[in-house]
Design a protein around this ligand. Structure first.
Ligand code: AMP
Ligand code: ZN
Length: 112
């Protein structure tokens, strides 16, 4: 846990979130500023800053998060979706607690 990390506070229930999933390792909740009809974040409960900070010890956790993406996307009514992991300031990361964006809904997303 990191004392002033916003996602650690969500994990601890100190900040409210629109939670869609939780287990011992992971929490998922809707993004507060959705960029598509459905836009949620899958977040490990463990405070890991970013994908750059991950190593072999995080392999199972990363696999679990990736496999949750299609399961939760389906539960949210998506037939397809996009995942995004912003990594480091140069990668556009703003919250330095690892998270996977999942978004979709409506028409097909533009190519990037
Ligand atoms: P990034 O670090 O660039 O992947 O972006 C962090 C994402 O977290 C942004 O899409 C924010 O809208 C989202 N976010 C920040 N604070 C909250 C919060 N309290 N609840 C839900 N989503 C949040
Ligand atoms: Zn954190």
């Amino acid at each position: 846990m990191s004392a002033d990390c916003i996602f650690c506070k969500i994990v601890k229930g100190e900040i409210p979130s629109k939670k869609i999933y939780e287990d011992d390792d992971v929490i998922a909740f809707h993004d507060i500023h959705p960029i598509t009809k459905v836009h949620f974040l899958i977040v490990p409960k463990l405070h890991v800053e970013s994908l750059i900070s991950c190593n072999a010890q995080h392999q199972a956790l990363l696999g679990k998060i990736l496999l949750l993406a299609p399961q939760l996307a389906k539960e949210q009514g998506l037939k397809g979706f996009r995942t995004m992991i912003n990594t480091g300031r140069e990668g556009g990361q703003e919250v330095f607690h690892l998270h996977v964006h999942v978004f979709g809904g409506g028409e097909s997303l533009p190519r990037i």
